[in-house]
Design a binder for this molecule. Structure first.
Ligand code: SAH
Length: 348
């Protein structure tokens, strides 16, 4: 069975040609898929024989919502979505004034090995297909409609690729996913409303800025020099800080877009005033913004967090040196949905 949800419209058009069908059927099918329809019988404007042919050769990814947690603090919802092969990933829905934003996973597990992150503890299970990533958005959106949470007419308008997985380690599928959600006949999400976060795979950052100059990029920096960064993130041994900053500069020069540096603060590792000063020097004159995240504790990692107050002091120190900085509003802390806590408690 082929995965229909992973196909772009032009690919569905080719399929229609192969089946001897008019190509406009492709748009009809694509728009049903984008509404979250997963049963060919519900595609009401398709002829019966076409529906039969499609259901013989194609399946539509339809993960089961295995569990759902709702934060009492802020209404953030965490979904555990299970695919047919038993792999489960998490997607997190956050509500902002301007609408819903969803944080999706790009891989089941992760092989980057960041020492403070829960997602990488069991390594990489497998890449997700573009259709599976799209199904995270569609499944969550459908559940909003069913629960009439859309009374307020807010839709999922923003996507952050910041859940489990390293998106630039699954580039082909992630880039296809971005094109799928951007498609005007589908979810029609603006490239500017999509953010990809990477641990810093330098050559792929260049590729990304070439392919998606309008999409936002966030880089997980966390350390001001190689010694600190390598002690937290093995990827730094391959692509050291200087190379990463050079790639970030190429991105801003090419795209004219402001880059976000994520800076997870860890007690005694990267949280001193001196670290702040070094960070300000490193980023001087760059078109950038620093997003400070007090570490979310992960059992067994040995890393400790910092107080909210320390995070704000650190932000202030950066601001005083003309570096834009904010402390990330942590959503869903009480349901383990915050960064790095997307650990699958059942070993999937
Ligand atoms: N692989 C991508 C995206 C996933 S992680 C990346 O590395 O950017 C999203 C962000 O959360 C990254 O900045 C990551 O370093 C950070 N993060 C991971 N674990 C965390 C933790 N326990 N506390 C705070 N931030 C964490």
């Amino acid at each position: 069975m082929k995965d229909l949800l992973s196909l772009e419209i032009n690919e569905i058009e080719n399929t229609m040609k192969d089946l001897g069908e008019p190509t406009y059927r492709a748009s009809q099918i694509f728009s049903w898929l984008s509404k979250g329809i997963t049963d060919f019988n519900e595609m009401k404007n398709l002829p019966k024989e076409l529906k039969e042919k499609l259901s013989r050769d194609y399946s539509i990814v339809n993960p089961i919502i295995r569990s759902q947690q709702i934060s009492r603090e802020d209404g953030t919802r965490k979904y555990l979505l299970e695919f047919q092969d038993g792999n489960a990933v998490e997607a997190v829905l956050m509500k902002y004034k301007y609408g819903y934003s969803i944080c999706i996973s790009s891989q089941a597990g992760c092989r980057m090995g960041c020492r403070f992150c829960a997602s990488t503890v069991n390594g990489l299970s497998r890449n997700l297909s573009s259709g599976e990533m799209l199904s995270e958005v569609l499944t969550v959106e459908k559940s909003l409609v069913e629960k009439s949470l859309r009374k307020d007419n807010l839709r999922i308008g923003h996507i952050v690729i910041m859940g489990t997985g390293e998106p630039l380690d699954n580039y082909n599928n992630v880039s296809k996913f971005i094109r799928l959600v951007h498609e005007p006949k589908g979810l029609n999400i603006s490239m500017r409303n999509i953010t990809l976060s990477t641990c810093g795979i330098v050559p792929m950052i260049d590729r990304f800025s070439e392919d998606f100059p309008q999409t936002n990029l966030a880089i997980s920096l966390h350390g001001v020099n190689d010694e600190i960064r390598s002690s937290m993130m093995p990827i730094n041994n391959k692509y050291p800080v200087a190379d990463l900053i050079a790639a970030a500069k190429r991105y801003t020069e090419k795209t004219g877009r402001r880059i976000t540096f994520e800076y997870t603060m860890v007690n005694g590792i990267n949280d001193s005033d001196e670290d702040g000063e070094k960070l300000a020097n490193l980023l001087r004159n760059m078109l950038c913004h620093v997003n400070i995240i007090p570490l979310n504790k992960v059992e067994g990692s040995g890393f400790d967090t910092v107080s909210k107050q320390r995070a704000f002091e650190f932000a202030k120190l950066l601001e005083e040196r003309n570096i834009k900085a904010t402390v990330r509003r942590e959503l869903g802390g009480d349901i383990d949905a915050a960064c790095g806590q997307l650990r699958l408690k059942n070993n999937h």
